[in-house]
Design a protein around this ligand. Structure first.
Ligand code: IMP
Ligand code: MG
Length: 172
């Protein structure tokens, strides 16, 4: 299968620097906890965090995604919960991509009941106009089309996460 480059490593770097700067300004003087959604967000988390000039803390959650299919199942399972208590803390969820929005919407509901001081989302990619639930996303890297993308943390059947760029899965 071919992979057509869509967003270059340089463009990702520049965008994360921009997002990091905004986050640094928005959360200045506040206690910020970054929550990465495994496994896909590990690269965004590592690179975005280095662009945030604040004493942030880190935590991770793991949720089930599509399995080996490229279609959303609408079923979300928490495979690993947070290690930290978030009550009264400013929480920023870091995501690789928002597609149907079902994963995030479920996550936000389950984190909101723990009463964080604030709960926002930063995502590198957002598939435009196809969310099945309304979600407010404060920091969006790149709005993209509905096509299935891989690389920079995103996988197809477990592969391609290590590509330094984001590409579109080609034809057969
Ligand atoms: P959603 O619940 O439909 O928003 O999708 C959530 C998860 O599905 C993402 O965090 C990814 O792990 C995965 N996903 C959605 N779209 C893509 C894609 O184009 N490529 C790779 N993974 C994707
Ligand atoms: Mg993800």
């Amino acid at each position: 299968m071919d992979i057509k480059p869509l967003i270059t490593a340089d463009d990702i770097d520049a965008k994360l620097a921009e997002m990091g700067k905004r986050i640094t300004e928005d959360y200045a003087g506040q206690d910020l906890l970054l929550v990465g959604v495994l496994r896909g967000a590990f690269m965004v988390m590592a690179d975005l965090a280095r662009q945030i000039d604040l004493p942030v803390e880190f935590d991770f959650m793991a949720v089930s995604s599509y399995g080996a299919s490229t279609q959303t199942s609408g079923v979300v399972r928490i495979l690993k919960d947070l290690d930290e208590e978030i009550e009264g803390r400013h929480v920023l969820i870091v995501e690789d991509i928002i597609d149907s929005g079902l994963t995030l919407s479920y996550l936000m509901k389950s984190l909101n009941v723990r009463k964080p001081a604030s709960l926002e989302v930063a995502t590198l990619l957002l598939k435009e106009g196809i969310q099945r639930v309304p979600i407010a996303v404060k920091y969006i890297g790149f709005p993209i089309g509905p096509e299935f993308v891989v690389g920079y943390g995103l996988d197809y059947a477990g592969k391609y996460r290590n590509l330094p760029y984001v590409g579109v899965m080609g034809g057969e």
